[in-house]
Design a protein around this ligand. Sequence first.
Ligand SMILES: CC(C)(COP(=O)(O)OP(=O)(O)OC[C@H]1O[C@@H](n2cnc3c(N)ncnc32)[C@H](O)[C@@H]1OP(=O)(O)O)[C@@H](O)C(=O)NCCC(=O)NCCS
Length: 163
Amino acid sequence: MYTLTIETAQDAYEVEALYDLCFAPGREALSSYRLRDDILPVAELNQVARDAEGILAGAIRYWPVHVGQADALILGPVAVHPTRQGEGLAAVLIRETLALATRLGWERVLLVGDAPYYARFGFTRLHAVVMPPPTNPERVLGRALVAGAWEGVTGPVTRWRSN
Ligand SMILES: CC(C)(COP(=O)(O)OP(=O)(O)OC[C@H]1O[C@@H](n2cnc3c(N)ncnc32)[C@H](O)[C@@H]1OP(=O)(O)O)[C@@H](O)C(=O)NCCC(=O)NCCS
């Protein structure tokens, strides 16, 4: 019913509009956005979901970051249009892109979000990882894509330096 494709430049305006609809005003003032400014996203992981008519129903993006000396992905934003929520579309977007990230060789993912939602995808609290303030530490969650990948990975989340 939905087709997932890599987000293109032609999709970007619609994706931004979807995020504006789904998130509170001022979303780009969040500290997590400072980790993304002027950094190229991981193109293959930025995916859009369109219905059979081509209408945009959901979108997900990822950026690379460093945590201490380690590389990681930051997942988000992910959003599903309010008229399409509760159909499992976000779950498909998240699971498909996490699987792709693993195939691409990424080892760990973090995000800032609601633990009760992301627990179903295996995300747990990252106690030793510090997002730029102001971020509620209880919302800093991670998932290993390779067994044990978060073990010993500690410190601040910083902007990607390798591109
Ligand atoms: C969160 C969001 C992406 C989920 O999309 P979705 O396609 O409806 O998600 P799914 O259909 O896969 O899952 C829906 C389930 O998640 C639950 N859920 C949604 N948001 C939740 C939250 N913040 N905390 C706990 N559970 C949540 C729903 O109650 C529903 O539960 P059910 O399966 O028991 O009925 C969507 O609601 C959205 O775009 N919200 C606004 C933007 C946002 O908050 N994005 C996440 C940033 S952290």
